[in-house]
Design a binder for this molecule. Structure first.
Ligand SMILES: [Zn+2]
Length: 448
């Protein structure tokens, strides 16, 4: 579309005025958003032609257009044709170890600048909070970041160091990098929990996994002591499950009183005994952690923020799959079958990416859920309202009066096609619009 010089000048003036108004509004200013389809995040029907008011960092009114007028002096934002959903919450990841710019993976990368860079990547893709699950190479830095609010960045949550049978890493490439606390005895397990409690940690992460015989496995008497100590301190225990013995371990962890799983059973199909145990423990939740399969669409989204050589690698991987005629991914199919079964059994489905720092994995997870039979609405609720509930993030997860104003404005409706969650027009965190353009420019230029 062409426009005359005069029209361009007028548009320029209006734009300058909007910027000026925007610059003037302080923390107490109000913004009135109207016209969007609004997905609340609790599974209720979307509100068509919504209106909502944001004051400071919170939603102070949520309803329909015409139900009330904006307060005098409020900045008005027209969102006609857009869809608004709560920001995503990633309940399981390992931020800080990978450097997204060069692809390296090491303890040495776990520095403030790298962590903040990754929290900004999460913000870019509409994620407001990310729970780092136990590979805290520098716990003091982790606790410090946890207690900060950084503009244009997701909130950093942490379980501190997770607990395995031993902190000693296995063979080269062992994914825990030798970071966890080791607990070979019940006393060691209890002591680790006490130390984490003293640091304000709410969740204990345990790895029940011998990495195919490469490292010792956390023993049942030790994880029972950990769970008992955690519960005595009003903490909860979240378990990693192995690729080789998950079903048997998960059954015993349920008997032992575990609070959540950050993987699906992924060594074999779940059986009736497991489903009965799931039903008998209705408060225990699962963050399925589906194996991510790169698609054209996800590669295109990641190309906005990752270096060209990494994108090239993903394209080659995808091309190789296509050249083979896209054979079924057995591991993915197993996850799908088990997700369907536990979902049908009524298990609470949450969401975690097990991702590193690119910030995009939440979109891939919810897409995977829908490929395994969940509706887009169910997938969105898992990553928003349910995640907030199971992680006790009382101000996040839904769009309602009093909640934190962290939300995504989308160009298309994700209830029709879940990949529309990626068609992000704007991201707001804590009442402030994230400057995605500035972030993107920095991600891309610093890649060179
Ligand atoms: Zn993990």
């Amino acid at each position: 579309m062409r426009c005359s010089k005069q029209a361009a000048a007028v548009i320029g003036l209006v734009f300058a005025f909007v910027l000026a108004v925007d610059a003037q509004r302080g923390p107490g200013a109000s913004i009135w958003f109207e016209g969007a389809r609004l997905i609340v995040g609790d599974g209720s029907a979307p509100i068509e032609n919504s209106a909502f008011l944001v004051e400071g960092d919170a939603f102070t009114w949520v309803g329909r257009q015409g139900q009330r007028q904006p307060p005098p002096g409020a900045v008005r934002v027209d969102l006609s044709g857009k869809t608004v959903m709560p920001s995503l919450i990633d309940g399981h990841n390992h931020i800080g170890l990978v450097n997204e710019k060069d692809g390296s993976n090491s303890k040495a990368n776990y520095r403030r600048a790298n962590l903040v860079d990754q929290l900004e990547r999460y913000a870019y893709y509409g994620v407001s909070a990310a729970l780092s699950m136990g590979l805290e190479a520098d716990p003091d830095l982790a606790y410090q970041l946890r207690d900060e609010v950084i503009p244009n960045a997701a909130r950093f949550l942490t379980v501190g160091k997770g607990i395995a049978a031993t902190s000693i890493g296995g063979p080269t490439g062992e994914p825990r990098l030798g970071i966890p606390y080791g607990a070979r005895t019940e006393k060691q397990g209890r002591d680790r929990v006490k130390e984490l409690h003293a640091n304000g940690v709410r969740f204990i992460k345990i790895w029940v996994d011998d990495r195919n015989g490469d490292v010792p496995k956390l023993q049942p008497n030790v994880y029972r002591a950990i769970i008992a100590e955690a519960h005595a301190n009003k903490m909860e225990v979240l378990a990693h499950l192995s690729r080789t013995s998950a079903l048997a371990d998960a059954k015993d962890l349920l008997r032992a009183g575990v609070d959540g799983f950050v993987h699906l059973v992924r060594d074999r199909d779940v059986d009736e005994e497991y489903l009965a145990a799931v039903k008998a423990h209705p408060r225990v939740w699962s963050g399925p952690n589906m194996p991510a399969v790169p698609t054209r669409d996800s590669i295109a989204a990641l190309a906005e923020t990752l270096p060209a050589n990494q994108i090239e690698g993903m394209r080659k991987q995808l091309a190789a799959q296509e050249a083979k005629g896209n054979p079924p991914n057995e591991l993915f199919e197993l996850h799908c079958r088990n997700l369907r079964k536990i979902h049908a059994a009524g298990m609470v489905i949450a969401m975690g990416t097990d991702g590193t720092g690119d910030g995009f994995g939440s979109h891939e997870q919810i897409e995977a859920y829908t490929r395994c039979g969940m509706t887009p609405m169910q997938a969105i609720v898992a990553a928003t309202g349910t995640n907030a509930k199971v992680l006790h993030l009382d101000r996040l997860g839904t769009i309602a009066t009093g909640k934190e104003a962290s939300f995504n404005v989308l160009d298309a409706n994700p209830l029709e096609t879940i990949t529309n969650s990626r068609r992000i027009s704007r991201v707001y965190l804590r009442g402030q619009e994230v400057d995605r353009q500035a972030l993107k420019t920095r991600f891309i230029t610093s890649n060179n």
